[in-house]
Design a protein around this ligand. Structure first.
Ligand SMILES: [Zn+2]
Length: 81
């Protein structure tokens, strides 16, 4: 579902340097994780929509699960959460 280790560039911590190999790796990893998180959100949302029969509740339930997953992995949740 998520990668256990998040690669992080030590030289550029506040921004991604396009010429830096480590930054590029970090960028694609984060991008990949975000895609995975969005797919997971969709699945969870549809699942809870069926059970709860309420779009708002299903959405907040799905988001709270992803937020928890991020916290377990010491990751900052995405801005769409
Ligand atoms: Zn870098």
């Amino acid at each position: 579902m998520f990668y256990k280790v998040v690669i992080s560039c030590f030289k550029h911590q506040k921004f991604f340097d396009e010429t830096c190999e480590m930054c590029k790796k970090e960028y694609f990893l984060v991008k990949g994780l975000e895609e995975k998180a969005k797919q997971l959100y969709e699945k969870l949302f549809l699942y809870y929509l069926k059970t709860l029969n309420n779009e708002k509740d299903a959405s907040s339930k799905a988001k709270s699960i992803i937020t928890k997953q991020c916290q377990i992995r010491n990751m900052q949740p995405w801005n769409w959460i």
